[in-house]
Write a protein that binds this ligand. Structure first.
Ligand SMILES: [Zn+2]
Length: 233
């Protein structure tokens, strides 16, 4: 054991702060191994990833949460009340891949993004974790939505500025990213983003890694080119 575990200088990840250290410590090796693997796929990522343990929102059924905080920091939430941690362990790799992809695209809390930009970034990270970390993100499954619905959501998102999307209360963001009680619709940002980015990859014969250093507005230029086809399909 490393006697100074907060400074895991032998590894690519350091812990900035723990929330429930004895439990979170159990996940450090898996986080580090996942990040080491991720950096081989996305070499532009920082040499050292800093991890803050904790969460800003509900754990959900998986018992883990993640968010990209700044250029080299991700936040990981581990629900300490979970008894069998198997599922939590299994989720770490896809979580690190998802949040790491956000860092590669500079999509983190250090800046503000409009709803459409956020949808593109979430779609990219979701497809990346699915394709490269063998996950099946249920929040991105849009198979039950018809094209008209997805298109309507996309059009509505275009009216939501960065200022409104990331308003201090978090209300607009949560409604579009998670659940809207008024309409009973869920995960619209993820569904629309995944739908759009999948279409862009397919029509331009690209791999999700090809988009890893592009901004959302760069990626949206592909969409302008393909818009006609997308509406029709
Ligand atoms: Zn995300």
């Amino acid at each position: 054991m490393n006697s100074n575990n907060n400074l895991r200088s032998d590894t690519l990840t350091t812990v900035a702060s723990f929330e429930n250290e004895p439990i979170e410590r159990l996940f450090l090796d898996e986080i580090n191994a996942s990040y080491a693997e991720l950096r081989l796929l996305l070499p532009s990522l920082p040499n050292q990833l800093r991890v803050i343990f904790g969460t800003n929102y509900d754990y959900g059924e998986d018992g883990v949460t993640g968010s990209a905080v700044s250029a080299d920091v991700i936040k990981i939430g581990i629900d300490s009340s979970v008894v069998d941690r198997t599922k939590q362990y299994e989720k770490i790799r896809s979580l690190v891949f998802h949040e790491g992809y956000h860092l590669a695209q500079n999509f983190h809390l250090g800046s503000q993004f409009s709803a459409v930009e956020s949808a593109i970034y979430e779609g990219c990270a979701t497809i990346f974790e699915r394709d490269y970390a063998d996950s099946t993100p249920k929040w991105a499954n849009y198979s039950k939505e018809d094209t008209a619905t997805l298109w309507r959501w996309y059009e509505a998102m275009k009216d939501i500025s960065a200022e409104q999307y990331f308003e201090p209360s978090g209300e607009t963001w949560k409604k579009w990213a998670f659940y809207d009680a008024e309409t009973n619709e869920s995960w619209r940002v993820y569904k629309v983003g995944t739908w759009l980015v999948e279409d862009i990859l397919k029509k331009n014969d690209l791999d999700i890694i090809d988009l890893s250093s592009m901004t959302a507005s760069d990626i949206l230029t592909y969409l302008q080119k393909n818009k006609h086809n997308l509406v029709k399909s």
